[in-house]
Design a protein around this ligand. Structure first.
Ligand SMILES: *[C@@H]1O[C@H](CO)[C@@H](O)[C@H](O)[C@H]1NC(C)=O
Ligand SMILES: *[C@@H]1O[C@H](CO)[C@@H](O)[C@H](O)[C@H]1NC(C)=O
Ligand SMILES: *[C@@H]1O[C@H](CO)[C@@H](O)[C@H](O)[C@H]1NC(C)=O
Length: 711
């Protein structure tokens, strides 16, 4: 690197140390890509993109072939954001490898290397080409003599005049490597003028050679001869991973030789491999490591055979398999980063700090993909890049190292000003300041350093633990934290309280519907404690608004009053007592009793002129067993419901049928049943269907039935 970049970095480090505000080094949003510019569009501008984020926003520098571009004095080149814009392009001055550097007070990073090339195709030298004379049956090679160029070229040969092109077949072949035309065995029809036509696939520009005429010699015909391979591939062909590899092979001979291909290891070609132009071209798409090895082309005719061999060697640009992460470390700590990349050949590694290569020296150790820096200083902060390179490519990966240095700071982590703890419990007092490097900790109670023992312990992270605290532990505790940048402290007061006791809690009770009761919940507690009471009924917190419940009491009592208790109030009541330091509870089960629920399904089963048999089903007993049932009746002639006599006279709680007696004949009756328990008589059952008692004389009437007119 050149001097100006170094000076620049020195400045940014000084800034960093003066104000360690929240800087962030640059990160690439966009890096320059390779450019291939047609020479005929040289009037236009070329833009090499470069954009990075960072705080503060980064600035940019560019280098060409490793040398800083001094834009101050440049008329043709300027920056737009981070982009380098080159106008009035120059085929000689602008070609090369460009690299962008983004820098701010947080550091500097280098971009990928981007190449700028010009694509062009010069004209053929104008000179007449001497005629080529061959015997019929002989092979011939017509040279293209490609002019100087840059960018991929494609070749074709014009026969006699445009647009008649030489058609490739097993006898004729145009090499796309050399541009030459090969005729395996000349025939009289081949006589004519041949022009090599070249096209640049980037510029699309086309040029043509002057014609070469092919003439036949008249001194006889060439006899048969064995193949002679004229188009061959190199002994060693490097092939990039994923690329399409083409091998050419063509032979002269009489008769026209036949071309075949095989692999040296004998393994057949995978289906992706294609052969074209009568086997003169072998094409391997998406080249992989498996495709590596020896390839053999055999040209054969009846006179013999000829073989060409070569090796395809796999190569791959580096590709990351492990990279490092942005890291914040306290001053004096140690940095260990590792990066690794795939690639063939195996990549080698370098490390950059703010765009400058890092070399091992005292605290810094660089080896392969590993960087370690011991006893970090503020000046180690910045942007680091791991660079993996082999001869086919180079890749960069950036990460930021932040070095933290600050005095202890308890902000957001202070001790509680007043801490209450129940006697006998364990108290932990945390001391966790932010401090870089880590602070050493000292605890004091009042003005005296604390001595640790079985009961009072200090953990390495600075936490003080007091087991089985008693009133004598109460007092003011201060944690002092110190590192080489300063000292800070935090203080809190510890109050040790007597345990709270529930001196009167609710007890299990039986209550009768409609009554009101108070469930007591009274405590004895240390006067410094805040006490709060709450009640839960069958697992639900009792909300204030319920009409039946009311919380009564004061600081040490939280009684629950239940007014006009209902059957659904039966269940489990818990008084929960919360203080600053503890939580207690007391439980009671309430049983609510009431008169039985109404019996149901009253049916009239057998009716005579004075009796009716009833059956029913029981209702709930509501907490007290049903002692007996009462039956009431109603007729159109009575006012309201009236007791009736029954058999049995007293219907006990286990009996669910009874016969009503002393009824009048030929009257429509309704019945209902009531249940009684120790609490009282419950609501009546639903009313039975209306039932008419039999006529008193119905038996005789039936007997007298034949005397109908009398009736
Ligand atoms: C940059 O380097 C390449 C390769 O070495 C060279 O061809 C080119 O001319 C150089 N560019 C400049 C502007 O010197
Ligand atoms: C080949 O070119 C020469 C000279 O330009 C011309 O005289 C001759 O007729 C051409 N031959 C054919 C077959 O077109
Ligand atoms: C806790 O301390 C009290 C005295 O304050 C002592 O009587 C008791 O045995 C201690 N309990 C334990 C578990 O050490």
């Amino acid at each position: 690197m050149t001097l100006p970049w170094k000076q620049l970095l020195l400045l940014s480090i000084i800034d960093y140390c003066l104000d360690s505000g929240s800087y962030h080094g640059p990160r690439w949003r966009m890096e320059p890509g390779d450019l291939f510019i047609p020479v005929d569009s040289i009037e236009e501008e070329a833009t090499l993109t470069c954009d990075a984020k960072g705080t503060p926003p980064p600035q940019y520098r560019w280098s060409l072939n490793g040398t800083l571009i001094n834009l101050g004095l440049d008329r043709r080149r300027r920056l737009s954001g981070g982009n380098l814009i080159i106008s009035s392009l120059d085929r000689y001055q602008d070609v090369g490898i460009y690299q962008c550097m983004a820098y701010n007070t947080g550091g500097a990073i280098l971009s990928r290397r981007a190449s700028l090339q010009f694509a062009y195709l010069d004209h053929f030298k104008v000179h007449t080409r001497s005629a080529v004379s061959v015997r019929e049956g002989q092979g011939v090679v017509l040279l293209c003599g490609t002019p100087t160029s840059s960018g991929d070229l494609t070749y074709a040969w014009v026969f006699n005049e445009y647009p008649y092109f030489v058609q490739q077949d097993n006898r004729r072949f145009v090499s796309q490597q050399t541009g030459n035309l090969y005729i395996a065995k000349v025939e009289p029809s081949d006589v004519g003028n041949y022009t090599c036509a070249v096209m640049n696939s980037i510029t699309k520009g086309k040029v043509q050679s002057s014609p070469t005429s092919l003439i036949l010699r008249t001194d006889g015909v060439m006899g048969e001869y064995e193949p002679k391979i004229e188009v061959n591939f190199p002994d060693n062909v490097p092939a990039a991973k994923g690329s399409t590899v083409t091998l050419e092979c063509f032979a002269l001979g009489n008769p026209v030789p036949e071309i075949t291909w095989r692999r040296a290891n004998g393994v057949p070609f995978p289906s992706k491999v294609k052969m074209k132009y009568s086997n003169a071209v072998l094409e391997i798409p998406s080249f992989q490591q498996d495709d590596t090895g020896g390839y053999e082309c055999v040209a054969e005719n009846k006179m013999g055979k000829n073989t060409a061999t070569g090796r395809l060697a796999f190569y791959a640009k580096p590709q990351w398999i492990q990279t490092m992460k942005d890291t914040a470390l306290a001053i004096e700590e140690r940095l260990d980063w590792e990066c690794r990349a795939n690639g063939r050949p195996k990549p080698s590694y370098t490390w950059l700090k703010n765009g400058q290569q890092l070399l091992s020296e005292d605290r810094i150790h660089v080896e392969d993909g590993v960087l370690s820096v011991s006893v970090l200083t503020l000046a180690d902060a910045g942007m680091y890049q791991c660079v993996a390179e082999n001869k086919h490519g180079v890749i960069y990966f950036a990460a930021e190292l932040m070095v933290l240095a600050s005095p202890p700071d308890f902000t957001g982590n202070v001790l509680r000003a007043l801490l209450k703890a129940k006697a006998g419990t364990t108290v932990t007092l945390e001391c966790k300041p932010q401090a870089y490097p880590i602070a050493s900790i000292l605890w004091k109670k009042g003005n005296l350093p604390i001595h640790t023992n079985d009961r009072i312990t200090l953990s390495p992270d600075g936490t003080l633990r007091l087991a089985n605290v008693s009133k004598s532990d109460a007092g003011s505790y201060t944690c002092f934290a110190r590192n080489r940048f300063g000292m800070s402290s935090t203080t809190g007061r510890l109050l040790v309280t007597d345990p709270t006791r529930i001196i009167q809690g609710p007890v299990d009770m039986e209550i009768i519907v409609g009554e009101s009761i108070v469930l007591p919940c009274q405590v004895a507690s240390d006067p410094v404690l805040d006490v709060s009471f709450s009640w839960a009924f069958n697992g639900q917190l009792i909300a204030k608004g319920d009409g039946h419940f009311e919380l009564v009491g004061g600081r040490t009592a939280g009684d629950l009053m239940i007014r006009n208790i209902q059957l659904y109030h039966a269940g489990k009541y818990i008084c929960v007592v919360d203080t600053d330091v503890e939580s207690l509870s007391a439980v009671a089960v309430l049983i609510v009793k009431g008169p039985p629920s109404p019996p149901d399904s009253v049916t009239v089963e057998e009716v005579t002129d004075s009796t009716a048999q009833l059956a029913w089903s029981p209702g709930r007993d509501n907490g007290s067993p049903i002692t007996n049932y009462l039956i009431q009746t109603r007729t159109p002639f009575t006012v309201g419901w009236q007791r009736v006599n029954t058999v049995p006279e007293i219907i006990d709680g286990n009996t669910l049928t009874a016969t009503v007696v002393d009824l009048n004949a030929w009257v429509e009756y309704e019945f209902r049943v009531l249940a009684k328990n120790s609490v009282g008589v419950g609501e009546p059952s639903p009313v039975s269907v209306k039932t008419r008692t039999e006529d008193q004389f119905v038996g005789h009437a039936l007997l007298l039935a034949p005397c109908e007119p009398w009736r």
